[in-house]
Design a protein around this ligand. Structure first.
Ligand SMILES: NC(=O)c1ccc[n+]([C@@H]2O[C@H](COP(=O)([O-])OP(=O)(O)OC[C@H]3O[C@@H](n4cnc5c(N)ncnc54)[C@H](O)[C@@H]3O)[C@@H](O)[C@H]2O)c1
Ligand SMILES: [Zn+2]
Length: 367
């Protein structure tokens, strides 16, 4: 097991990465579980696979789980689902000193984290991430949110968990496409700040996706450590450091918006393509070598992630795609900060990119 500390003053917590963590859930949580009954929120897909093992694990330690399973998928990051979760927790008489367990992917982590942030003005929660994306990204760092009619993640709070248990065994039941999509966020840490880790991905990414336990532990622990360092330096995204985690996300967001945030393009797939676009755009501006941009594309393509915008079959032009970026929540007084690259492992924030230039670039990429 790897243990990564997130050293936030007054709210420090650990991320533990390893196997059989859910099998030892009560032991891992220790005194955080104050009562016999443990409230757990999950989604129906995860419940079908993991409710019984978690029930058995808690029962063996003298606890009893109380479950709420919401519908799987992005629509559960809604006001209606939030109300349901909060009401359920209130009826269960969860107190501020208690901990709510969030068992699932990023949807559950974001929804339950936000519910914990507002329940009785803030109570404790524990992240039990079950997707690769949630293990390497969304469960760490304290961003919680639901979606609003006007867009994704527009209503939320910063609320750090008390503990994160990334049980690698849960990745064993994850559909391969979801696993690959989460892997794009792993590669992101290499591309944005760690050329040696990108090279490790090139060498070991296929093994990780194929089920190699050691490769999985190394990738998740390394990614979490990278995120923890950034979060501790810039928890609320004020200095620009945390914004580097948005590498590939501005282009990716436009693609997700154009495809209607649907199964046509999963978030991680959009990020893979978005990273390639950020790299090619950087190369076109003379910031980075074209060969390095194509090296990023080659690795992502080798693990079957999308790297060519023309292959998506979109029915739109560059300006229409770029227009989606106007609604990006990172818009700041009329300008959209872009994460660009000077090389692999050398991301930086550029606040001077004009949307017109992006639109022309996208037109060329669309072919
Ligand atoms: N808070 C943050 O910092 C942050 C960062 C990145 C992404 N996010 C959010 O995360 C969400 C995406 O997360 P996600 O990709 O994990 O999606 P998800 O939670 O929808 O999970 C993807 C699918 O996998 C299923 N699933 C989950 N675990 C499984 C398992 N072990 N076995 C089988 N099936 C399983 C789910 O039921 C779902 O159908 C988005 O809403 C995004 O906005 C938040
Ligand atoms: Zn992401």
């Amino acid at each position: 097991m790897a243990v990564i500390p997130v050293d936030l003053a007054g709210r420090a917590y650990e991320v533990r990465v390893g196997r059989r963590l859910l099998a030892d859930l009560a032991g891992q949580c220790g005194p955080l579980l104050r009562k016999k009954t443990v409230p757990i929120v999950t989604d129906r897909n995860v419940a079908a696979l993991w409710k019984d093992p978690v029930d058995r694990s808690l029962a063996a330690a003298g606890h009893e789980a109380s479950w709420l399973a919401v519908e799987p998928g992005e629509p559960s990051k809604s006001w209606a689902a939030l109300e349901r979760v909060v009401d359920w927790l209130l009826v269960a008489e969860v107190e501020r000193g208690d901990h709510i367990l969030a068992l699932g992917g990023g949807v559950i982590g974001d929804l339950v984290g936000f519910a914990a942030a507002v329940l009785k003005r803030g109570c404790g929660f524990i992240q039990l991430p079950t997707t690769l994306l949630a293990q390497v990204d969304s469960s760490v760092g304290g961003k919680t949110a639901i979606n609003a009619r006007a867009g994704k993640n527009l209503v939320g709070a910063f609320h750090q968990p008390s503990l994160v248990l990334a049980d690698l065994d849960t990745l064993g039941t994850l559909p391969p496409r979801e696993l690959r999509a989460g892997y794009a966020e792993v590669v992101k840490y290499g591309v944005l700040g760690d050329a040696a880790f990108f090279a490790w991905c090139e060498a070991s990414g296929a093994a990780l996706l194929g089920g190699d336990a050691e490769a999985r532990e190394h990738a998740v622990a390394h990614s979490v450590a990278a995120k923890a360092t950034i979060v501790v330096a810039d928890e609320r995204e004020t200095t620009g450091q945390r914004a580097l985690l948005n590498l590939g996300h501005t282009f990716g967001h436009a693609l997700e918006a154009e495809t209607g945030f649907s199964d046509r393009l999963l978030h991680g797939e959009a990020v893979a393509l978005g990273m390639v676009l950020a790299a090619r755009f950087s190369a076109r501006r003379g910031l980075m070598d074209e060969a390095d941009a194509e090296r990023i594309a080659a690795h992502l393509a080798a693990v079957d992630l999308p790297t060519e915008i023309a292959a998506l079959g979109l029915d739109c032009n560059g300006p229409a795609l770029a227009a989606h970026m106007l609604h990006d929540k990172k818009m700041d007084a009329g300008a959209l900060p872009f994460v660009l690259l000077r090389g692999i492992g050398e991301a930086f924030l550029d606040r001077s990119v004009e949307l017109g230039e992006v639109a022309r670039f996208l037109n060329d990429e669309l072919g």
